[in-house]
Design a binder for this molecule. Structure first.
Ligand code: SF4
Length: 553
C-alpha cells in the first residue's frame, strides 16, 4: 500500500523500535524527558519500577495518571502530532458543558420541578431560548451544546438570571415530559438518564404480532442486508457521557469494575458478590485500571487514557464493546444502568487510531509502556523458542507476552491463515483508514480463531488486523496456518523441530451439542458449526458462489 506521508520520529528510527535495544533507548529518552519536566515523577517512577507496591494504592493511581499525561506529551512530540493531539483534547472536552448542564439543570432541578408551576408550553419556552441563543451569540448549529452553554452562562450570575434559570428548568421538565419536548430533544445526551436495572427483563423484547407460535423478538430491530458492520458504537459525546457518569472510585479503592464487587468491602475473605442473574461479579479479569482511564479521558488525555488501558490490556482492540462486560457488571451502580465501560474503552482506542499515525501509537504502546510495573519494554532475545498452537485470543495474547519476555514464538493454527494483503509490514501506517475494510468485502484472514470465525456483523473485525499486524512485525515471530495439532503436528514433532516449549491454546473449537430433544435432527446446525461454515467458505459474501447446505427429510 502506498503511503505518501513520511514518518519522522523525533530522535529515533521506526525500525529500531521493534527491537529491545531501540526500545531501551526510547525508554531512556522518556525518562530524561520526565526528569526535565517533572523530576518528582521521574524519581517516583524509578521507585515504582523497583517495587510496584512502594506507596499506597491511591498514591500509585495518582502516579500512573500523571505519568500517563507525560506519556501523551512525549508520544505527541515523538510522532510530531502535537496539534492533532491538542485538537483531540479540545474535541473531547468540548462536550463538558452538556454534562455539567445535565448534572445541575436536569438531574438536580428539573426532576424536582412540578408541572403545576409551569405556565408556558414547551414550544413557547423553546422560542424564548432560541432567541436567547441568538442574542447571546451562541452558535445554534449544535443546539444541545448551545443550550448547555447558555445554562452555564446564566449560572455565572444566577441572581441576575434567576427568571431565565427558572424557565430553563421548566423547559427541561417539559423536554422530558411532553410529546413535543421529547420529539425536540430526541437523542440529546443531556436527557439520557440512567434507568433502574430489572434483572428479570435485561433485554427489552416484544411479542411478534399475530405470530402463530407466540414468539418474541428484540425491541429494537436493526435492519441489515449482507454482512457489513451493523453496530457503529457510541459517538464521542455518548461515550464521554459515560465517562462523566463514572464516579472514579479508585480514590477509595471502590473501583469494583477492576477489582470485583466484594460481598463486604471490609472483609474480602467473604468473596465476591453474585448478582440476581447468577453472575459472580469478578470485575475485569485483567484488572484494567478503568477508573484511572476514565479520569484521563475526562481531562482530555486521549493517548494517556489509551496508555492506561494498555498497561494491563495490550490486546484491547479485541476487548471492549461487544466482546466482554465483566467490568460493567461489577460497576458500583448495581441498581441502575452501570457505566458502559466497554464502549468507553473502545472509544478511547478509536480516538487514538483516528489520529495521524494512530495505528503506530497503538502498536508502540504494545511494546513499550512506562505505566507497566513489568514488561514496560521488550526484553532481549533469550534464545528459547516457543510453539503456540492456536491463534485465537488466548494464543495471540500468549504470543505477545512471550515476545515481551524475550522468547521467539511460532504461532500455528489448524485453519488457514492468510497473509496481510496489500500492506508493507515494514512501513509505518499513517491512517487507520488504510487498514479498514467493509466487513462484507474483507478477506477472512483466519487470524483470531473465535474472534474471526465466531462473530459476524456486530463487532468490527478490522480490530483483529491491528493485533495481527502488531505480531507480524515482531522480528521473533512467525505464523503458519493449516497445521492441525494431533494430526499434522504432534507433541514429539515440536521437540524434533527444535522448540523448547509448547503451549496449547486450542480450546474454543469444541462442538457443543444443545441439551434439547432433536438438537442434531436433519436440518439443524449448531451455532459454531454454522458460523464456521459461513466464514470459511465465504458464503456470507455477495460475490461468493459458496452456499450453506440446508438439509431436510
Ligand atoms: S466504572 Fe463504575 S465501579 Fe468503575 S470507577 Fe466508574 S463508577 Fe466506579
Amino acid at each position: 500500500m502506498n503511503n505518501s506521508y513520511q514518518l519522522k520520529l523525533k530522535g529515533h528510527y521506526f525500525q529500531e523500535l521493534f527491537r529491545s535495544s531501540g526500545l531501551v533507548k526510547l525508554d531512556q529518552d522518556f525518562l530524561n524527558y520526565l526528569k526535565t519536566q517533572r523530576p518528582d515523577l521521574h524519581t517516583h517512577l524509578l521507585f515504582y519500577r523497583q517495587n510496584p507496591k512502594y506507596a499506597n494504592e491511591e498514591q500509585i493511581s495518582q502516579l500512573l495518571i500523571e505519568v500517563a499525561q507525560m506519556i501523551e506529551a512525549f508520544i505527541s512530540q515523538l510522532f510530531g502530532i502535537e496539534q492533532a493531539s491538542l485538537n483531540l483534547q479540545m474535541q473531547t472536552l468540548s462536550h463538558n458543558p452538556i454534562f455539567a448542564f445535565k448534572a445541575y439543570y436536569v438531574m438536580r432541578l428539573a426532576r424536582r420541578q412540578s408541572l403545576k408551576n409551569i405556565q408556558m408550553s414547551f414550544n413557547e419556552l423553546n422560542q424564548i431560548f432560541k432567541e436567547e441563543l441568538s442574542s447571546n451569540g451562541l452558535d445554534n448549529h449544535d443546539l444541545e451544546l448551545a443550550i448547555s452553554q447558555l445554562g452555564q452562562f446564566y449560572l455565572q450570575a444566577p441572581e441576575k438570571h434567576q427568571i431565565k434559570i427558572e424557565q430553563l428548568v421548566q423547559w427541561c421538565y417539559l423536554a422530558m415530559n411532553s410529546s413535543e419536548g421529547r420529539d425536540f430533544v430526541k437523542n440529546w445526551q443531556m436527557f439520557k438518564l440512567p434507568k433502574p436495572l430489572n434483572f428479570k427483563n435485561l433485554v427489552p423484547f416484544r411479542i411478534v404480532p399475530e405470530d402463530p407460535y407466540g414468539r418474541y423478538q428484540g425491541a429494537d430491530l436493526v435492519p441489515r442486508e449482507g454482512f457489513d458492520l451493523t453496530d457503529s458504537r457510541m459517538n464521542q459525546r455518548q461515550a464521554m457521557d459515560e465517562v462523566a457518569y463514572c464516579v472514579y472510585c479508585h480514590k477509595n479503592q471502590g473501583d469494583f469494575c477492576s477489582r470485583g464487587f466484594p460481598v463486604k468491602k471490609n472483609d474480602l475473605k467473604q468473596g465476591l458478590k453474585i448478582n440476581p442473574a447468577g453472575d459472580t461479579l469478578t470485575g475485569c479479569p485483567l484488572e484494567e485500571r478503568i477508573s484511572e482511564m476514565h479520569v484521563l479521558k475526562r481531562d482530555g488525555f486521549g493517548i494517556g487514557a489509551l496508555a492506561m488501558v494498555m498497561r494491563d490490556n495490550p490486546m484491547c482492540p479485541v476487548t471492549g464493546h461487544r466482546i466482554c462486560n465483566d467490568c460493567m457488571k461489577a460497576c458500583i451502580y448495581q441498581k441502575q444502568d452501570p457505566v458502559n465501560i466497554p464502549q468507553t474503552e473502545t472509544r478511547i482506542l478509536t480516538d487514538v487510531l483516528d489520529l495521524p499515525w494512530g495505528v503506530e501509537i497503538y502498536d508502540l504502546l504494545t511494546r513499550w509502556n512506562p505505566l507497566r510495573p513489568e514488561q514496560w519494554l521488550i526484553k532481549p532475545y533469550n534464545g528459547l523458542k516457543v510453539l503456540v498452537m492456536g491463534m485465537g485470543p488466548s494464543g495471540f495474547s500468549l504470543a505477545h507476552h512471550l515476545l515481551m519476555e524475550g522468547f521467539s514464538v511460532v504461532g500455528m493454527d489448524g485453519l488457514k491463515i492468510e497473509p496481510l494483503a496489500n500492506l508493507d509490514l515494514q512501513q509505518p501506517v499513517y491512517s487507520y483508514q488504510q487498514l479498514k475494510e467493509n466487513l462484507s468485502d474483507r478477506l477472512i484472514t483466519g487470524f483470531g480463531g473465535v474472534a474471526e470465525y465466531g462473530i459476524t456483523v456486530r463487532w468490527d473485525k478490522n480490530f483483529l488486523k491491528l493485533i495481527y499486524l502488531s505480531l507480524l512485525r515482531r522480528p521473533y515471530f512467525q505464523i503458519f496456518g493449516c497445521v492441525r495439532f494431533g494430526g499434522t503436528l504432534e507433541v514429539e514433532d515440536a521437540w524434533a523441530l527444535g522448540f523448547d516449549h509448547l503451549a496449547l491454546a486450542v480450546g474454543a473449537g469444541l462442538p457443543k451439542e444443545l441439551n434439547i430433544p432433536n438438537s442434531l435432527a436433519p436440518g439443524m446446525r449448531q451455532a459454531n458449526d454454522f458460523l464456521m461454515s459461513l466464514q470459511l467458505t465465504g458464503a456470507g459474501k455477495a460475490t461468493s458462489l459458496a452456499n450453506l447446505q440446508v438439509r431436510w427429510s
